[in-house]
Design a protein around this ligand. Structure first.
Ligand code: ATP
Ligand code: MG
Length: 242
């Protein structure tokens, strides 16, 4: 069996950005200069993730962590480099990414379960998701755009763990949950880890990272500046960016 579940080779991701607030043809005519520029968000990133690893991605705000997770999940195509993935994903958890804001909690559960092609929808699974989220019938009936960020995180995390995928992606979900939910998520994450699944974990809380993860990457301004054990990288992160 291939032990490498994810492999990134010299991956570069860029986004077009609107530098002068050009929103119409009139705005465009006012500017002589090119109003859009191509900004490199991930620069020549190379790393591997072994099957069964629990890897953290650390870095300051805007360093490219969520972009990296989205690229791994195939939501963003790199402009350069090679990506190999040998497994299936639970949905991306960029607090709400993957969750449709106009739909209710119930509708999102049904939609996301149907989207995981190989997954069979059944009422037991739906009941498990509802029970784990602890959201009420009233809350699950309203559009997600009216949810608090903690409620969105509850919904997203509960749906993602119901999918029997090889890779679980967790992007800052614990940061917005209340204490009770945080503990419940931690217990669940340890359970998933014990089953031998692979976990990619983004968090700014190094204590949490050291408890959950074995390895880690450190990103800064889109560059992968170091990789190693979770403890080494957490210490370096705290030293470089106190
Ligand atoms: N769709 C997009 N279009 C243009 N720029 C984007 C887009 N998404 C992200 N960016 C930019 O990419 C950079 C990295 O963003 P990203 O969300 O990956 O950072 P992050 O490390 O997850 O930060 P945080 O800790 O705040 O969650 C930022 O400068 C951001 O403005
Ligand atoms: Mg992010």
């Amino acid at each position: 069996m291939n032990t490498k579940l994810i492999s990134f080779k010299n991956v570069t991701v860029s986004f077009w950005q609107n530098d002068f607030g050009v929103h119409s043809i009139k705005d465009l005519m006012k500017h002589r200069k090119q109003p859009f520029s191509n900004k490199i968000i991930l620069n020549d990133v190379t790393f591997d993730v072994e099957r069964g690893a629990c890897m953290a991605i650390l870095g300051r705000n805007g360093s490219g962590k969520s972009t990296l997770l989205r690229t791994i999940a195939g939501l963003i195509k790199p402009i350069k480099g090679q990506i190999t993935i040998n497994g299936t994903f639970a949905p991306i958890l960029a607090i709400g990414a993957g969750v449709e804001l106009e739909l209710s909690g119930y509708e999102n559960i049904n939609l996301l379960l149907s989207l995981y092609g190989r997954y069979k929808r059944n009422s037991n699974t739906i009941q498990d998701i509802i029970a784990f989220s602890e959201l009420s019938h009233e809350q699950l009936s309203m559009p997600v755009k009216r949810y608090s960020s903690g409620m969105v995180a509850r919904l997203a995390f509960s749906i993602s763990i119901a999918n029997d995928a090889d890779i679980l992606i967790i992007d800052e979900v614990l940061a917005v949950g209340d204490k009770g939910f945080q503990q419940k998520c931690m217990d669940k994450i340890f359970g998933i880890k014990a089953e031998g699944k692979t976990i990619l974990f983004v968090s700014h809380f190094t204590e949490e990272v050291m408890k959950i993860c074995n390895t880690a990457l450190l990103l800064d301004k889109g560059n992968l500046i170091d990789s190693g054990t979770a403890e080494e990288i957490c210490n370096k992160y705290m030293r470089l960016f106190p």
